[in-house]
Write a protein that binds this ligand. Structure first.
Ligand SMILES: C[S@@+](CC[C@H](N)C(=O)[O-])C[C@H]1O[C@@H](n2cnc3c(N)ncnc32)[C@H](O)[C@@H]1O
Length: 233
């Protein structure tokens, strides 16, 4: 696919597909997630155990720097802030200004000075220092180009750092597959889910280690733990 260089807010460039579909998907995401930002309570509640499990697996240490990709209204921020403590740092990115506004309200309410949220496309965002861990809960599958986002996250991580992913997909096996045409349409309507993305394939292609460590609801939800290459001396 033809690719296009995009200038990031810090003046560097990243490459994304250049066929118009990328921009259209990104703008649809902004409109849709702006709208959902006032009605996120059910998703926050229902997915909480899976998010907690995901964060447990990252084994975040006090003092770590952690990146969250597509943070929405900041449902993971309190837990991440607790894990990194006062000495660490949490940087979250989301493309929807309304979601970012909600996340920033939580930060202000919590008084967390070492947690920041940037309103940016996670695929082109650049960061000054590498992260010790990253997570993407329910966000990679709605990106305009999940493979490009995963590459960007990989480049933002320190050697041996983990990326934890929680996401959704049509039923991979079993009788649930019969409803997959409906599931695909529902996810596209509800979440701007992108049928062009193969999140698992992207993670496997980019990371040296990538393992599905948990599935729920017949594989509809899955948790993946990836790890970047070991440092070479
Ligand atoms: C389903 S919500 C997930 C929110 C949260 N991580 C959670 O666990 O509930 C997906 C989020 O991804 C964000 N998003 C979609 N495309 C994005 C992009 N290209 N860059 C950054 N955020 C994006 C949306 O704005 C939305 O807030």
């Amino acid at each position: 696919m033809e690719r296009q260089s995009r200038e990031t807010v810090s003046g560097e460039t990243n490459e994304t597909p250049n066929d118009g579909a990328y921009e259209r998907h990104l703008e649809r995401s902004r409109t849709m997630w702006n709208r959902w930002s006032d009605y996120y309570g059910m998703s926050e509640r229902d997915f909480e155990p899976m998010r907690e499990d995901l964060i447990d697996r990252l084994e975040i240490q006090p003092g770590d720097r952690v990146l969250e990709v597509g943070c929405g209204p900041g449902v993971n921020l309190e837990r991440l802030r607790n894990d990194v403590g006062e000495a660490g740092e949490v940087v979250a990115v989301d493309y929807s200004p309304e979601m970012v506004g909600k996340a920033r309200e939580r930060i202000e309410d919590g008084g967390w000075e070492n947690v920041t949220v940037r309103c940016e496309d996670a695929t082109t965002a650049t960061f000054d220092e590498p992260f010790d861990a990253a997570l993407a809960s329910l966000s990679l599958s709605v990106m305009p180009d999940a493979r490009a986002t995963v590459e960007n996250v990989y480049g933002s991580l320190d050697a041996e750092a983990p990326l934890g992913v929680l996401d959704v997909r049509p039923f991979p096996e079993g009788p649930g597959r019969i409803v997959n045409p409906f599931v695909r349409r529902f996810l596209q309507w509800y979440a701007n889910w992108n049928p062009e993305n193969d999140v698992l394939e992207s993670l496997e292609a980019v990371f040296e280690e990538s393992d599905v460590v948990e599935t729920h609801l017949g594989g509809f939800n899955y948790v993946v733990l990836c790890r970047k290459e070991t440092a070479t001396d």
